[in-house]
Design a protein around this ligand. Structure first.
Ligand code: SF4
Length: 393
């Protein structure tokens, strides 16, 4: 199953834009907006969106190679979720019962590390003059996406930058349209607080996911760590993204100085209330070029408890293992996946830029060739009995 992050499914039923898809006897739903489909067709779906129609011969070939592997994986996952004893294992078993062994693997292209904001916890904040800044050109972005989708087989890509108005709405729309011309992929934009109008245009250009974390549900901490910004504005924007039809990825930082246990419960609650479909909880990792240099890193257990609590509160959710969790502990990805998480992100930013996108220091995976990172992610999923079928709607 090398280098394959999605299994094709067979369309069973279509009602308006919602199709029911079969993956080896498991049924998932996906939204279809771009393809002419009939029952019996084969498709790839990602993040609950149909992203590609596949010729039957090709789909059957891939399915055949997966058939046995898939049932072995399913059994391995079931075994690991049996007889839970502690909070992590309970969360893992809730995950297994509600979302099966599916795990989505997304790629991320970080196309600019310029940012006009000054968040105290972030290494690429505008006041950090020690950062070497870069911006990828439209052609570079399109070719990085082309490589990730057509060579490395990713089916979902996040296009991320700091809040960088250098990229106008028109430029971003143009990039999205060009990427969609060459890649069958779910495109997720992560460009900060750029206003509803811009996000509306990006949606029209073909992006269907938006990643925008609120970072903390505590208005006091929010104002302290995001100078000049108001939590309510952020919440309003996230709600608008949802209304526009975006698949919303949102969440918060675990372990910000001053964050209490009660805050974390409120943070999880807000992630769910905002209608986040993919939850992203990154442990806070202090960066030496920021005012929070010297603050303590949270313990791995705190990050894992957060994942587990979220899974128990929102049994159907998709919960991401962030690269910050992998950086906090080299066993972080495995432990996160066993504490309720079911989604992975692999950095596919061209190597020469990747180490410059330093939101926190020592990011896991930086400097390791993308093929190696993919290999170890696939091996990890395999060892835990997880399969890259779509998690559905
Ligand atoms: S967290 Fe985001 S908005 Fe804040 S400084 Fe970093 S990149 Fe900019």
């Amino acid at each position: 199953m090398d280098m394959c992050y999605a299994i094709p499914g067979k369309v069973l039923d279509i009602k308006d834009k919602i199709v029911t898809v079969d993956y080896f006897g498991e049924r998932k739903r996906a939204r279809n907006e771009f393809h002419d489909l009939a029952p019996g067709d084969y498709i790839y779906a990602q993040g609950g969106f149909v992203i590609e129609k596949v010729l039957p011969d090709k789909a059957l070939g891939v399915l055949e190679s997966w058939q046995e592997v898939f049932s072995n994986l399913r059994e391995a996952d079931l075994r690991l979720a049996e007889r839970p004893k502690n909070m992590y294992e309970i969360a893992n078993s809730v995950r297994q019962r509600n979302t099966g062994n599916a795990c989505c693997v997304h790629g991320i292209v970080e196309f600019s590390n310029h940012c006009v904001q000054d968040c105290l916890y972030c290494g690429i904040r505008k006041s950090n003059s020690s950062v070497k800044r870069y911006r990828m050109s439209a052609d570079e972005i399109v070719s990085a996406c082309d490589y990730a989708v057509n060579e490395l087989n990713f089916k979902a890509l996040v296009l991320q930058s700091g809040e960088d108005p250098y990229y106008t709405g028109e430029m971003l729309c143009d990039i999205i349209r060009k990427v969609r011309q060459v890649c069958a992929t779910l495109l997720v934009v992560s460009v900060g607080e750029r206003g509803v109008e811009l996000y509306k245009r990006l949606y029209e250009a073909g992006s269907r996911g938006a990643l925008l974390r609120f970072e903390t549900a505590n208005p006091g901490l929010y104002g302290k760590y995001r100078p000049g910004k108001i939590l309510e504005d952020r919440k309003r924007l996230i709600k608008s993204l949802k209304e526009l039809g975006y698949l919303v990825m949102t969440g918060f930082l675990v372990g910000l100085p001053g964050q209490t246990d009660e805050d974390i419960i409120n943070d999880i609650d807000l992630t769910g209330k905002l209608g986040g479909e993919i939850f992203s909880f990154g442990p806070f990792l202090p960066h030496p070029g920021t005012p929070l240099n010297g603050a303590a890193r949270p313990k791995l257990e705190r990050a894992l408890e957060t994942i587990a609590r979220a899974r128990i509160s929102y049994p159907d959710s998709k919960i991401l293992v962030t690269s910050a969790l992998e950086t906090l502990d080299k066993d972080g990805a495995r432990r996160g996946l066993l504490a309720g998480a079911n989604s992975l992100m692999i950095n596919v930013t061209p190597d020469r830029y990747q180490r410059l996108y330093e939101i926190y220091p020592g990011r896991a995976g930086t400097g390791i060739m993308v093929s190696k990172r993919i290999e170890s992610a696939v091996a990890l999923l395999k060892s835990l009995g997880r399969a890259p079928s779509d998690l559905g709607l």
